[in-house]
Each structure stands twice: as C-alpha cells, then as structure tokens.
Design a protein around this ligand. Sequence first.
Ligand code: SF4
Length: 224
Amino acid sequence: MESTTDRKKRVRRIIAVLRKEYPDARCRLDYSNPIELLVATILSAQCTDERVNKTTPEIFEKYQTAGDYARARTSTLEKLFRPCGFFRNKAKSVKAACSELVENYSGELPADVTAMSKLPGVGRKTANVVLGNALGIPGIAVDTHVIRLCGRLELASANNVEKKYADKIVLELMEIVPKKDWTMFAHLLGAHGRAVCPARKPKCLLCEIRRYCPYGGGAAYAGC
Ligand code: SF4
C-alpha cells in the first residue's frame, strides 16, 4: 500500500506535469468580483460553464451587490436564471445567500470556508470555488472531474471516490496536495479530465501523467 509520503511525492509530480500541460488552466466561469462568482457558481450546478457565461452578462448588468440580489423579486431572478435549469431553486439560493450576507456580513463574503459553506445553497464546493478564485484563499473544489480523476489516480481512498463523499475527499486531498496548489489543483484535474481523461474512454496512451496513474498502468506508481 502506498504511504502518505509517497502519495505526496506522486501528487507533486502530477501537478508539475499538469501545470506544463495546461498553463492556462483557470476558473472557467466569467466574473469580475466575488459576488458575481458566487452567483455564477450557484448557477453552474447541473449546467455547463458555457451556458452560465452566456446567461450571466444580463444578470450582472442588472444586479451588482449582495443587497441588489437580496431585494430582487424572486420571480425576476427565476426568469433570468431559467436558461441554467433548476431556476427556482437557484433563485431561492441566491436570494437567501445574499440576504444573509447583507444581514450578517455587511454584504461582503466571509473570508472563511466554514462560514461561507453555511450560507443557504452554498456547500463546501461552491465556497472553495469562490474563496479560492475570487479572494485568493486556498481551497480544493471537488467536482465530478476531481472525483473521477482522484479515483483513477488513487489519490483518495477507494471507498470515498463518489460524489456523496466529496467532503471526505477534500480532507484527504488537503493532506497530500501542497496548500499553495489547492485552488489550481481542481482546475488542472478539470482541464485534464476534459482533454484526456473523460468519464468514458480515457486516452491513457496519450496521457502525460500515465506513469503516475494506477488505472493507466503507470510503471512509476509505487514509490515514484
Ligand atoms: S492514465 Fe488514463 S486513467 Fe490515468 S489519468 Fe491518464 S487518462 Fe486518466
């Protein structure tokens, strides 16, 4: 069984290779301030980033602050959010989260993942996306790409690599991924997942991190 020390070494090498492969890896949602990223991230649940990016310009033009969303009519938000699906729930979440920001945080985002993830409709993943990308507070956002690749790369324990265990996966990754790389780690795995390692038919023979991947039969896997 791979030791934590070896796993840490392996993950560092994976990150180094992926940084070279995907120098432009970044958050794919368009935003110009933390509130916009919060709204875009809530809208991105069960929706593509492209669809969200097409939908948000009109929304961001109409609303700028947490107070704007808190005061907005739910029916107006629902209409604007409709192209992103699940628009009733998303409108409810955005309005409730922004109301709480106004009431308890002077309309700003709390710079703390625990406080942030307690906002209505904001889980740990959304909190990490927003804090990591908009406020520079390191966090690992565990999405479907991260879950799938962590399973194949055996970076989290086998029993944990399912969506329902996302919070446990985060804790395991926080132990082995250097803190400075937490935010970028999810972007790199997302980029690699889309380009080379999709859910169906991963292109292992073309994969630059195959040597570190048990699923791909990597020779350097054990004690790399
Ligand atoms: S070797 Fe295959 S399974 Fe492993 S990361 Fe690369 S593409 Fe994915």
